[in-house]
Design a protein around this ligand. Structure first.
Ligand code: PAF
Length: 280
C-alpha cells in the first residue's frame, strides 16, 4: 500500500493508472477505522482494480463548538487495518487541501439545511466541498459511503448527479455492534454507562419498525412512541426524530411504501445518529 499525502502526486498517479484502464474505487474517511469503514474498503476491493482510501479530518465540516480538535485519530492502527485491502492511502494535511487563499465552496441547497443541518449549520457544505475536492483528486469510478450517514449519502448522490460527476455512488448497510448500536468513531466518547444506554437509538428504530409492521402508518404516532421510549433513558436528549422519503428527504405523514426513519440523540454530550429503512 502506497501512502501519499500530496493531492497533486496522487492525481498524477491516478491518471497513470486510468490510462492503463484500471477501475478506481474510493473510500473517503476521517479515519479511526471500525468495521463500518472496513466493510466499505472490502467492498471496494471486490469491485475495483485499484482501491484508494483517504483519511482526512475535514475542518470545514465541523462547527466552532464541535469536536474537531478531539476527533479520535489513530493513523498507525488505521494503516495496519487497511493495508491488506487498499492500494493507496491518501493522507493530506489541512494546508494541502485548504491553502490560505482557498475560496470555493459547494452548496447543497435545501438538503443541507434540514435534519442534521439544523443543529450543524454549514456541516454539509463542508462535506460536499471536501468530497468534491477528493473526487477531483482521486477521479474514482466508484465511491463508497455508509448508510449510517443517510443524509450525507443522499446529498453526495444528489451532488454527483447535479454536477454530472462521472462516479457511481455506492451506499452500504450500517454495521452494528453486538447489541445493535451503529458503529461510529464517536462511540469512543461514551462512558461505560452511556455506552450501555446508547443502544436506545437502535431499540427505538426497532420499535418504529414493529409499530409500522403492525399497521401504524401515521408518522406522528410512530414518532411520539419513539420519543417517549427514548426519554425513559436518563442520559438521552433528543435532537430530532423524522420519517422521510429516502431520496428526497422530504418528511412524510403516512407510511405507504418506502420510508426512512432517522434520528439524532445526545447520549450525555455525544451526539449519535442512526436510521432504518422501512419497506411496506
Ligand atoms: O463520513 C465521513 O467520514 C466524512 O463526512 C467524509 C465523507 C469522509 C467527508 O469528510
Amino acid at each position: 500500500m502506497k501512502i501519499i499525502s500530496s493531492p497533486r502526486l496522487l492525481q498524477k498517479e491516478i491518471i497513470r493508472l486510468k490510462k492503463k484502464g484500471k477501475v478506481i474505487g474510493f473510500v473517503p474517511t476521517m479515519g479511526y477505522f471500525h468495521e463500518g469503514h472496513l466493510s466499505l474498503i472490502r467492498r471496494a476491493r471486490e469491485d475495483c482494480d485499484i482501491v484508494v482510501v483517504s483519511i482526512f479530518v475535514n475542518p470545514l465540516q465541523f462547527g466552532p463548538k464541535e469536536d474537531l480538535k478531539g476527533y479520535p485519530r489513530n493513523i498507525k492502527k488505521d494503516i495496519s487495518l487497511c493495508r491488506n485491502y487498499a492500494d493507496i492511502l491518501f493522507c493530506p494535511n489541512v494546508k494541502a487541501m485548504y491553502p490560505d487563499d482557498f475560496l470555493t465552496e459547494v452548496k447543497v441547497g435545501r438538503l443541507g439545511d434540514i435534519l442534521c443541518g439544523v443543529s450543524r449549520p454549514g456541516h454539509f457544505k463542508g462535506v460536499s466541498t471536501v468530497v468534491n475536492k477528493l473526487f477531483n483528486i482521486v477521479l474514482p469510478d466508484k465511491a463508497y459511503f455508509g448508510q449510517k450517514d443517510a443524509q450525507q449519502a443522499a446529498i453526495i448522490k444528489k451532488m454527483a448527479c447535479d454536477l454530472n460527476m462521472p462516479v457511481e455512488i455506492q451506499v452500504l448497510p450500517i454495521v452494528r455492534e453486538y447489541d445493535g448500536l451503529a458503529m461510529s468513531s464517536r462511540n469512543v466518547y461514551l462512558s461505560y454507562t452511556e455506552r450501555k444506554e446508547a443502544v436506545v437509538l437502535y431499540k427505538s428504530l426497532i420499535l418504529a419498525k414493529d409499530l409500522i409492521k403492525d399497521g401504524v402508518v401515521d408518522c406522528a404516532k410512530v414518532i411520539a412512541r419513539m420519543r417517549s421510549y427514548i426519554l425513559k433513558t436518563k442520559s438521552a436528549k433528543i435532537d430530532y426524530i423524522r420519517i422521510i422519503e429516502p431520496k428526497t428527504l422530504v418528511a412524510i405523514k403516512k407510511i405507504k411504501r418506502e420510508a426512512l426513519v432517522l434520528l439524532a440523540v445526545f447520549i450525555g454530550k455525544t451526539r449519535l445518529i442512526d436510521n432504518i429503512l422501512i419497506k411496506r
